[in-house]
Each structure stands twice: as C-alpha cells, then as structure tokens.
Design a protein around this ligand. Structure first.
Ligand SMILES: [Zn+2]
Length: 117
C-alpha cells in the first residue's frame, strides 16, 4: 500500500525588524523581515499535528534569505523574542483533532449506553 506522508513548512508570520542595528550581512541595509515558519506532519496531504517552529531572515533589498543556523547573534535574539509570540495555526493539528473526535465519540456512546441501562 502506498502512503504519502512527511513534514511540511509554512510561513505563519512575517515581522519586519525595526531595529537599525540589525543589518543584512550582504548589502548592509536594515530592511530585514523575520519569517516565522511553522512545521507540521501530514498524511495524504492532511495536516496531522504541529512539530514546532523555525525561522528565516529575509532581506527586502537584496532578497538574501538566512536560515536559522546562519543567524548572527542579533538575529538569534530577535528570533527568540518573536518566536514566543507566534503560535502555529490550529489547522496544523486538524487531522489529529478529527482522529481524537472519532475515538471519543464511540467511547461516549458506549458510556451513555452503560449509564442509562
Ligand atoms: Zn540585503
């Protein structure tokens, strides 16, 4: 049987960095956006559950993108602050929620049947 599953990234929040002391390493402008990227596990293209967050800094001037492992210490500080306020959307967990509901409903029906016998 063939299964389609894996991990997928989705940009959940784009936050312009206001600080002028955080500059692009390539073009030295201070026009950088921090992208908060949520990750989720999918099964047959249906998001099952959230598996954390990562980040990417994107320069608006030269279009250079730095991934989290390439961040400077200033970008790491900005990312750590912004990451706390960014939550992954609920639809990242929709498959897990549906499975939980499908498991709870039969249990509830049997519980109600036992209670009112
Ligand atoms: Zn740049």
């Amino acid at each position: 049987m063939l299964f389609f599953y894996g991990l997928r990234n989705k940009v959940t929040k784009v936050i312009p960095l206001q600080s002028s002391h955080i500059q692009c390493q390539h073009c030295h402008t201070a026009n950088i956006n921090m992208n908060i990227v949520g990750r989720y596990a999918y099964f047959f293209w249906i998001p099952m559950f959230s598996v954390g967050k990562t980040g990417a800094a994107h320069c608006q001037h030269c279009q250079q993108v730095l991934n989290k492992h390439q961040f400077t210490s200033q970008l790491h500080q900005a990312y750590d602050q912004l990451k706390m306020n960014a939550k992954n959307p609920i639809w990242f967990n929709i498959g897990g929620i549906i499975i939980a509901i499908l498991l709870i409903i039969p249990w509830l029906i049997s519980f109600i049947n036992m209670a009112f016998k």
